[in-house]
Structures are given as C-alpha cells and as structure tokens.
Write a protein that binds this ligand. Structure first.
Ligand SMILES: *Cc1c(COP(=O)(O)O)cnc(C)c1O
Length: 371
C-alpha cells in the first residue's frame, strides 16, 4: 500500500529517544530547552514548543486576549483544527472563501465579512504555499487585525527569501506524525512579540508564571500564583528528542518532498483531466500533493478513491469546507462560492519522503486510467 503520508524516521531520532529514556526524565526538561533553542535559531525568531499544532493555535489566539463574540477571519477549506482553536477561545471563526489558484484566503471575500467585532486574520498556508502573503499583511494592517499564520503545512517554506515564521506577526507549526517534521505529536509558536510569547509560555504550563525556566532545569515551581487561564500544553522531552533528530535531517527530508512534488507536476503536465496547483518548489516545501479533477461530484470522487485503494494507493481530501460541518454550520455565510465548487474536485495523492519516482509513475498512470 502506498500511504498518503507517513512519518519517516532514521537512526538519529531513535538514538535521541533512547538517550532521553536512559535519563529517566520524560517531562518538559532539558531536551525541550535544546529543541526550542534550535528552532529559535532556525527561525531566527523566539519560539515556544507545545503539545500540538492545535495547542499552538489555541495559545496564540488566547494570547491575543480575544473575547466571546470577537471574530476571526479564516478560510473555510482548512483542517478543522483551525476552526476549533478559534472556537476554543470563545471567538467565532468566520468562514471565508479561497482563491482557487493558491487555495489560500480570498482577501476580497474576507473584506466583505469584516465587522466591528473582527479582531484577527488567520492565514492557512495550504500545502506549504503562502499565497499573496504581503497582501494579506497589508489587509490586516489596514483593518487593524492581528495575524495568526496556521503554518502547519509550511515548515521550511521560504517567502521573499525568509523562512515562514521568521517575520510573522505570529506563526503556528505542527509536528504531528505526518507533517514536514515530526516530534510524534507537537508544535510550536514563533513570534517577535516577546510579551505575547511570554503569555504562550505561561499558558502552556497551566498559567504558572515563569515555570518554563524551572522546567528547563529539570525542576518545577512549587509556590506560585496564577493570574490567567492556562492549559497543560507543554512538550515532553521524548517528543523533543524525535523533533531534534528530524530538524537535523530537514535538508534531506525537504529536498525529497520538493523532488517528488515537482515530479508529479511534470508527470501531469500537458493533459487536461487532472490539474495541479502550481507552486514554486525552489522555495516551497510541500506538505501534501492535492490535484483537481474537473467535473467530479462527491459520489464519483468516492468511486475513484475506492478504485485507487484497491490498486494499493491511499488518497485523501484536503479539506471539507468547515462552514458545512454541523458544529460550524453557517447558512448566513453561504454561498462560499469557490470553496463549495472546488471541494468535490479535490484529491490528495501520496506524498512523503519515502515515495519514489516509480511510485509516482504508478499513481499518475493509475489515476489517469480512471478519470
Ligand atoms: C495538522 C494541522 C493542524 C493541527 O496540528 P496538530 O499538530 O495535528 O494539532 C492545524 N492546521 C492545519 C492546516 C493542519 O494541517
């Protein structure tokens, strides 16, 4: 079976985990301190490690001091984590359309959904691409909005020669098992706003102020006051051990992802039935490889997915529009034209560092035989 995505682990990750196990200190300690330092160095930006990408988004939004009733603009085609993280703060995720070329937020549509309650703009870096990022920041500035980048797909992507997350207002990354790098589960927040980062650091440890520095000495704070809502969202040393190994191999892992996606592009070029999203893989590290099959319905796509599965090819759908899910259903938001039109045509093909060129040949020819 060609898996849609998977973790790719080497000896260095396994050795790192064994050293942590040998130390018999598994919580948030010196290994997380090291990983955090390496990430801050990589991003050239202060970074805080947390237990998941969703936790990163939740803490970043909470640190913006959103109130119930506040609104956050976000594209409807994203992982439900983006919506749940906004909802967790009491704010309302306001579903916006996507630009069908970049699959990132359509700023014209977002402008129509602005109200006095709009406090933030969440940007989702779909498949690793960031769309017109500087236009999005201009839009936010003009409308006095903070920007939270859901960069779960975009670890390693460059924009104007800078790594995504290095110059962001706030960027949130995921290190879950299938992302560009993994720490098993995990994530991080990057921001140059030191006050905001401090709020994230405290809130990841149940709101215990400055507990981070105690944990980094393999200790903890015993006497404390708590002034703010907090969560148990810190990263553990076991996770950091995996993450450090992955980060040390990122050049190799990202190069493979780029080569595979470029090879898919070349294999699909010059035919009409299946189109792909043009990305510049000299700067973008692709997390997924979605294609668009024109004329598909939900039913015909499911038939194709089943046939591909029988031939040993696992596929995915990135993503269902969130405004159509029961919990986030919003009839007043509809229609969200591009998102609703493109959704049945989306299909994601296997992409991870262990996919070979002959795997791609097989996926492409099998798919083209079916459509
Ligand atoms: C993976 C992902 C997240 C959440 O990250 P977790 O680590 O799984 O919590 C958020 N947004 C997007 C777009 C993602 O793909």
């Amino acid at each position: 079976m060609l898996r849609l995505s998977k973790s790719c682990l080497a000896k260095v990750e396994k050795d790192n985990v064994l050293s942590v196990l040998d130390r018999e200190y598994l919580g948030m300690g010196s290994e997380v301190k090291q990983f955090e330092a390496e990430l801050s160095n990589y991003f050239d930006c202060p970074t805080a490690c947390v237990s998941s990408g969703t936790a990163a988004l939740h803490l970043a939004l909470q640190a913006l001091e959103l109130r119930p009733g506040d609104e956050v603009l976000v594209q409807t085609i994203t992982y439900v984590a983006s919506f749940q993280a906004i909802a967790a703060t009491g704010a309302k995720p306001v579903a916006c359309d996507i630009d069908p070329c970049t699959m990132t937020i359509d700023l014209k549509d977002a402008a129509k959904r602005l109200t006095e309650k709009t406090k933030a703009l969440m940007l989702v870096h779909y498949a690793g691409g960031v769309g017109q990022l500087s236009d999005a920041y201009s839009f936010a500035k003009k409308n006095n909005l903070r920007v939270v980048e859901d960069a779960a797909h975009a670890f390693g992507t460059l924009y104007n020669n800078s790594i995504v997350g290095s110059k962001s207002d706030i960027a949130c990354f995921s290190f879950d098992g299938i992302k560009n790098i993994t720490s098993g589960e995990g994530g991080c927040v990057t921001t140059n706003d030191r006050i905001l980062l401090k709020k994230v650091e405290d809130a990841r440890l149940l709101g215990v102020e400055n507990d981070t520095s105690a944990r980094f000495q393999n200790s903890r704070t015993w006497e404390f006051d708590v002034k703010k809502l907090g969560w148990r969202y810190h990263m553990s040393d076991v996770m950091a051990a995996i993450g450090r190994g992955q980060l040390s191999r990122f050049e190799e892992l990202s190069t493979k992802r780029k080569l595979i996606a470029s090879y898919y592009d070349a294999s699909f070029s010059g035919q009409q039935r299946v189109s792909f999203f043009k990305q510049d893989y000299s700067s973008i590290v692709p997390h997924i490889y979605p294609v668009k099959i024109s004329g598909m319905t939900l039913e015909t796509r499911e038939v194709i997915r089943k046939k591909l599965y029988k031939k040993g090819i696992q596929t995915g759908i990135h993503y269902q529009p969130n405004h159509l899910l029961s919990y986030f259903f919003d009839s007043t938001a509809r229609p969200i034209i591009n998102a609703e039109k493109i959704f049945p045509e989306l299909l994601s093909l296997p992409l991870h560092p262990d996919i070979t060129r002959s795997d791609v040949d097989y996926v492409v020819s099998t798919l083209l035989d079916l459509v």
